[in-house]
Design a protein around this ligand. Structure first.
Ligand code: C2E
Ligand code: MG
Ligand code: MG
Length: 567
């Protein structure tokens, strides 16, 4: 090696020998040591990349993928290495590693996509679960027709109110006449009425008040305030129901009956408050509807008696504890027996003979009047058949029919079947329907009366004068007899009003073609007045009390003897 001296004179310095670790060099370039490679060195005069070539092909430096600097005395050399024939062109598609990586990436993406889909499904599932939970919550706690809280939620709200509040009242409200709306206009209109009633109730309530629908036409309210405020609100609730409802063009008129229980006087827990409000509501209903009653402990006692009566009535039906008594009907002119009326009696083993006034209203309320009415029909037909067999028929037998029988059961066809079963002519039966029934369910009653008459069964309006119907209205009905209610007979002949009414009914009734019967004749004066006023027929204690069939037989024999004797 030469180094430059003064005045650019070169001096011989000595020899340099390089020992290079080529394997390491190759490894650093990423080549395996057994690769066939070429080497080149530059840096003549120790000037590295700037120096002249020392050894090898200078083109190797043109693409210097693997160079290494080597320190030498007085400067730097640079070495380069390259596989013989050049560096291989790296192709991704030729690499199995690439395909493996690509495959893995694809699978991974697929996996991620699946994961996302599952996640979305899971989220949607959760949303639906939440929605069906929402929905389930609504079903469990809210009424589907009115959207009001149901009994479960209301009980929770009431429990809280009892714990926090005072001046708390629980009201039970039942819509009078709802059944008729449902029956005549259909359930959809019934639902509409419930919705409209709910809207009216909500308008009447303060923000702290609550209302729920218990089911059917029963609502329960929880009101807060003083006695005065709550009484005022109760009256408003009743009056808001009285306004006509427009059910898709059908006008419907209903009223409400409300029972009220105060907390804590009438109960300190949900069960007692609801029960006592319910009891009071029944009393309000029985008092004539469109009314409200605060609870009183006596009411519970009466309710228990009624429940006991109902139990006994069911048992009585099973054990055939009913019998018919018969009251004669007389022609007021001739005094002849023209027929008899069958009056129901219940021979209770514990309480003895029970009159229909005590159990018929309950039988009507509970629906027991339907099987009871069937029993009356059967007893009446069996008795007629027995009289006919002995050839001692006292004339046509009149039976009383309750409103519910005409409304609910297939009364006319049951009657036809009973007559046929006993081989009886329809002319042996007469059916009495109270005037109030005619007013309540005019269409059904009218249709039933027309069918009965077409069969040959006579029809009568019972208790006439109590149902506020006019004679002009009755004219359109298929009726043979009018029975003047006892209320108009009892003050005859002393009371001028009673006289005027009795005369008017008899005269107008006759003018319209009816046969007139006076009920409840107790005195000879009443009898005389009615006969002179032109009344056709009479019934009453003066003439003959209701009696069992055997007693009637004796009475009839006796009467016949007296009658023939007096002629
Ligand atoms: P109703 O059909 O008007 O029967 C007349 C009622 O007046 C009977 O009462 C009879 O005993 C009573 N009575 C008759 N004459 C006199 C009298 O001179 N003075 C007084 N104070 N009362 C007299 P009862 O038997 O207690 O029946 C009461 C009501 O029960 C009947 O009134 C009728 O509406 C109903 N009823 C009776 N039997 C049946 C039945 O089989 N089915 C149905 N649905 N109702 C019945
Ligand atoms: Mg009667
Ligand atoms: Mg009567």
């Amino acid at each position: 090696m030469f180094v430059s001296g003064k005045r650019n004179v070169l001096f011989y310095w000595g020899n340099i020998s390089i020992v290079a670790d080529v394997d390491r060099l190759l490894l650093e370039t990423g080549l395996r040591p057994d690769t066939d490679f070429e080497l080149a060195v530059r840096g003549l005069d120790g000037q590295g990349a700037q120096g002249g070539m020392i050894w090898g092909d200078p083109r190797l430096f043109e693409s210097p993928h693997a160079t290494v600097s080597v320190d030498v005395p007085g400067g730097v050399w640079q070495m380069v290495a390259q596989p013989r024939g050049g560096w291989p062109v790296l192709s991704l598609f030729g690499s199995s590693l690439f395909w493996l990586a690509l495959g893995c990436t694809g699978l991974f993406s697929l996996f991620v996509a699946q994961l996302n889909r599952k996640q979305r499904q899971l989220q949607q599932g959760n949303r639906e679960l939440r929605r069906s939970q929402a929905r389930f919550e609504r079903l469990a706690h809210y009424d589907t027709i009115t959207g009001l809280p149901n009994r479960v939620l209301f009980q929770q709200q009431l429990t809280q109110a009892i714990a926090h509040g005072h001046g708390l009242a629980v009201l039970m409200l039942d819509i009078d006449g709802f059944k008729q709306v449902n029956d005549s206009l259909g359930h959809a209109m019934g639902d509409l009425l419930l919705q409209q009633a709910t809207a009216r109730f909500l308008q009447e309530l303060d923000s702290s008040d609550r209302v729920c629908r218990l089911g059917g036409d029963e609502f329960v309210f929880m009101l807060q305030g003083t006695h005065g405020q709550i009484n005022h609100q109760v009256r408003h609730l009743l009056s808001c129901l009285r306004r006509p409802f427009d059910l898709n063009g059908n006008a419907a008129l209903v009223t409400g009956s409300i029972g009220l229980a105060w907390c804590p006087q009438h109960g300190e827990d949900v069960v007692n408050l609801l029960r006592h409000a319910d009891t009071a509501m029944y009393v309000a209903k029985e008092s004539g509807r469109n009314a409200w009653r605060p609870y009183h402990p006596d009411m519970t006692q009466r309710l228990q008696q009624r429940l006991e009566l109902e139990r006994n009535l069911r048992r009585a039906l099973q054990h055939n504890e009913f019998e018919l008594w018969y009251q004669p009907k007389l022609d007021l002119f001739s005094g002849r027996v023209e027929g008899v009326e069958a009056l129901l009696r219940w021979r209770d083993p514990d309480h003895g003979l029970v009159s229909p006034g005590e159990f018929i209203p309950l039988a009507e309320r509970t629906g027991l009047i339907i099987p009871l009415g069937e029993r009356v029909l059967e007893l009446a037909c069996a008795q007629l058949a027995a009289w006919r067999a002995k050839d001692c028929l006292p004339g046509p037998l009149a039976i009383n029919v309750a409103p519910l029988q005409i409304e609910r059961s297939d009364y006319v066809s049951s009657l036809a079947v009973a007559l046929e079963r006993h081989g009886l002519s329809p002319s042996l039966l007469e059916v009495e329907i109270t005037e109030s029934l005619l007013m309540e369910s005019q269409q059904q009653a009218c249709a039933a009366l027309a069918q009965l008459r077409a069969m040959g069964v006579a029809t009568a309006v019972d208790d006439f004068g109590t149902g506020y119907s006019s004679l002009a209205y009755l004219r359109a009905l298929p009726i043979d007899h009018l029975k003047i209610d006892r209320a108009f007979i009892k003050d005859l002949p002393g009371d001028d009003d009673a006289v005027a009414i009795a005369r008017a009914i008899i005269d107008l009734g006759h003018a319209l073609g009816y046969h007139i019967t006076a009920e409840g004749i107790e005195t000879q004066e009443q009898y005389d007045f009615l006969r002179n006023a032109g009344c056709d027929q009479g019934q009453g204690f003066l003439l003959g009390r209701p009696m069992p069939a055997e007693a009637l037989q004796a009475w009839l024999d006796n009467h016949r003897q007296r009658h023939s004797g007096s002629r």
